[in-house]
Design a protein around this ligand. Structure first.
Ligand code: PLP
Length: 358
């Protein structure tokens, strides 16, 4: 056993079972004489993979018939651009809630395309938090309202999504399928795969089909949701191996059960926050009611102690705990695939480190 506990924010740890299965099938997929990445994306073997991936995600998210499940290249950042290019038509306004670094990136991209209203801004709040309902200044008739369901860097997570009359759109990159929610609250959700769903460079996009009708006539096909929707994400050669891995992860999530995963995720996070709150040595950086179950962010009394903490953790094969370069500190990313044993090991190390240095 050579695998470490990997707390990286993304790309992040994947379920070991999934990696083993992919290894098992790598050279000769289903007796086809080749790997999944070497066969036609229009052939029978790959078609079964693609169809199962669409069906599994549709099932996991409880999608009604008027929603489409898409696999699009380019990661979540590509969606920052595609979303306004398709939905923010001339003369309309899109509302963006700026809750931190990722929300801000999304809204900056939208500003290049059209008119944006910042409906609330908690991006500079210390401790990190999210806006409450009566802080929101929503535009009547907005093309859409954009939120970031989990701020991966700040370590905040919406526990209840805001309501609006305009279609709600969420960047769910860092908490997709970590908990159940009602997809019908949203016009569209999207997520880069590398946190909870698979490898980097591809996004899951789930959208109400009618929203794909609004794109301007001069938008190139490859940037157009409708082109991908009509082609069932086979408009061009899709990232077949990534979709295959996402299909394996979707199977794994179905096997775990979303409710079970949610309960386990909440427990894992609660354990870490309990250690943080116990002694006054560690300091959580997010306000308790907005704390993320996915990215647990905290500081130590000094930057020097943080350096020692990270170094010693690394020696114990607790990897990837360094906070984002823009904020420093420590961040434990504990997505679906982080086993309880990893969180237990980290809690144990934190208590020991505190006992020695507190
Ligand atoms: C990681 C992340 C992104 C960026 O994803 P890319 O695949 O690098 O484009 C966007 N939004 C959130 C919330 C993220 O956590």
């Amino acid at each position: 056993m050579t695998r470490a506990f990997n707390f990286n924010a993304g790309p992040a740890t994947l379920p070991q079972e999934v990696l083993e299965e992919a290894r098992e099938e790598l050279l000769d997929y289903r007796q086809g004489g080749a790997s999944v990445m070497e066969i036609s994306h229009r052939g029978k073997l790959y078609d079964a993979v693609h169809t199962e991936a669409v069906e599994n995600f549709s099932k996991l998210l409880g999608c009604p018939d008027d929603y489409a499940v898409l696999f699009l290249p380019g990661g979540a950042t590509m969606q920052f651009a595609m979303l306004p290019l398709n939905l923010l038509s001339a003369g309309r306004t899109a509302d963006y809630i700026n809750s931190g670094s990722w929300a801000e990136k999304a809204l900056k991209e939208a500003k290049l395309v059209g008119r944006v209203n910042v409906a609330a801004d908690t991006s500079k709040a210390q401790p990190a938090r999210l806006p409450v309902a009566d802080e929101l200044q929503l535009t009547p008739g907005a093309a859409y309202v954009h939120i970031t369901s989990n701020e991966t860097i700040a370590g905040t997570q919406w526990k209840e999504f805001p309501r609006s009359d305009s279609p709600l759109v969420a960047d769910m990159s860092s908490d997709i399928l970590s908990r159940p929610f009602d997809i019908k609250q949203f016009g569209m959700i999207y997520a880069g795969a590398q946190k909870n769903l698979g490898p980097a460079g591809i996004s899951l996009v789930v959208m109400r089909k009618d929203l794909a009708e609004n794109a301007p006539a001069n938008l190139p096909q490859m940037l157009r949701y409708k082109a991908h929707l009509e082609a069932n994400s086979l408009y061009n050669t899709p990232p077949t191996f990534s979709i295959y891995l996402m299909m394996l992860v979707s199977r794994w999530i179905l096997k775990q059960g979303l409710e079970n995963l949610y309960r386990r995720n909440a427990e894992k996070a609660a354990r870490l926050y309990a250690v943080i709150d116990a002694g006054g040595f560690y300091r959580g950086t997010a306000a308790p009611e907005y704390r993320s179950d996915m990215n647990v962010t905290f500081r130590l009394p000094t930057e020097d102690l943080e350096k020692q903490f990270l170094k010693q953790a690394e020696e114990l094969r607790l990897q990837g705990l360094k906070g984002h370069r823009s904020v420093g500190g420590v961040r434990a990313s504990i997505y679906n695939a982080m086993p309880e044993a990893g969180v237990e090991a980290l809690c144990g190390f934190m208590r020991e480190f505190e006992a020695k240095n507190g």
